[in-house]
Design a protein around this ligand. Sequence first.
Ligand SMILES: Nc1ncnc2c1ncn2[C@@H]1O[C@H](COP(=O)(O)OP(=O)(O)OP(=O)(O)O)[C@@H](O)[C@H]1O
Length: 230
Amino acid sequence: MFEVKGLVSGYGQSRVIHGVDLAAGEGEIVAVMGRNGMGKTTLFKTMVGMLPAMAGSIRVDGKDLSGMESFQRVRSGIAYVPQGRMVFPTLTVEENIRTGLRGRALSDAIPEEIYALFPVLHEMRRRRGGDLSGGQQQQLAIARALVTNPKVLMLDEPTEGIQPSVIKDIARSLLEIRRLRNLAIVVSEQVLSFTLQIADRLIVIDRGRFVLAANRDEVDERSVSRYLSV
Ligand SMILES: Nc1ncnc2c1ncn2[C@@H]1O[C@H](COP(=O)(O)OP(=O)(O)OP(=O)(O)O)[C@@H](O)[C@H]1O
């Protein structure tokens, strides 16, 4: 369903991602793990169209998105929760969610399912995004991505800067989203305990190359950890 092949990208003359292949089926959660600076954000920005691909393809249901602008990729089923969440601090929670709605964004009701998934966002719907805790902002960023009805949900380091008890809530939410929507989820992470809770498959990225991949049940935690600790 979601398939990346031979993807190369970087900045100007410098290559950061050196030809990676990645696939995620419906209802599958795939985690890309690696230390700071290994290329996770560059990979995600390329997949969502914030950076051009230098080579390779990015397909959803067979359709190649690699030449498309970000907004066109969203229409084709890609949604992105960026690193640092990028919530609009002066907009209310409700307005933040509305920025993900297309077309009738100002008048349409926010789907009940969203508030059912994240009750705290309903409680805080009139508060400003900037007043939320890190964990609540993460939930808001996920909600904003979900209202586009994606086939593939991508999250770049969703646990960064979030306390352990809230990390568990995020894991639960992602599993619930998968159960309800049967979408593909691709997540980048450094926290192995988190990805072991949610991911079906783990991939390790090291200096822009995938160096290890395993199904969760077969993961050798020590060899993955070696790539995560400095
Ligand atoms: N705008 C940029 N211009 C040039 N080089 C960049 C730019 N952004 C990132 N890089 C370089 O690309 C490499 C990969 O960075 P990237 O942010 O993708 O890593 P990461 O795995 O997401 O790490 P982090 O968790 O710190 O974001 C690094 O060497 C970084 O210095």
